[in-house]
Design a protein around this ligand. Structure first.
Ligand code: HEM
Length: 167
């Protein structure tokens, strides 16, 4: 992250400039895969329908587990492993399942591209500032790697603490 941040001339402000930040983008996608803040959403059936052999009568509320798609081992081998590199080198834009953290269909997140560029900008600025000060982040003593929390929203446990130490 630090190497990429130091190599870029500034913070990205356009899709063209975002291409200089493949690691930061991969970090954004892998973090959302494992820690989706919006882990589920709901829809109401507008008509009777059948889903995977189950009859869904009109008016039923159907919950969609957005956070679960990122843990499908067919799509993401060893899904419990945080691995930024699984997103790198992809030649095609992310699929609907790969962007499930932002919902889907007509109500797909309006802020998707803004969130993407903001996270890349933040990660880049933060990495640069830490490099300038010769520091790096690490989990504070006694603090464990965040466990997944899904309900009502995805969030790290309150006890998670990160500290900055000399690199
Ligand atoms: C990592 C950041 C974000 C995540 C994970 C996220 C996630 C989501 C999800 C899952 C939905 C769909 C909810 C549903 O269909 O029930 C949604 C909708 C929406 N998001 Fe985001 N969002 C993020 C950032 C943002 C930002 C930065 C903005 C605005 C600046 C934004 C604005 C919206 C709006 C307006 C909708 C509703 C779209 C509609 O109903 O047509 N989101 N978001």
């Amino acid at each position: 992250m630090r190497e990429e941040a130091m190599a870029a001339p500034g913070l990205p402000r356009s899709p063209e400039e975002l291409k200089r930040h493949p690691f930061a983008e991969a970090l954004f996608r892998e973090t959302l895969r494992m820690y989706p803040p919006v882990s589920w959403t709901g829809r109401q059936a507008k008509e009777d329908l059948e889903l995977h052999g189950k009859r869904i009568p009109k008016g039923t509320t159907v919950l969609v587990p957005l956070g679960a798609y990122g843990f499908d081992p067919k799509l993401f081998p060893e899904p419990d492993r945080f691995d930024v590199t699984r997103w790198m080198g992809k030649k095609v834009p992310p699929s609907a399942v790969e962007t499930a953290a932002f919902g889907g269909g007509p109500h797909f997140c309006l802020g998707y591209h803004l969130a993407w560029v903001e996270v890349v900008q933040f990660a880049t600025a933060f990495a640069r500032e830490l490099a300038r000060r010769g520091m790096k982040p690490q989990l504070a003593p006694g603090s464990a790697t965040p466990k997944l929390t899904y309900f009502p929203f995805g969030a790290p446990p309150k006890k998670t603490r990160i500290q900055l130490v000399r690199a």
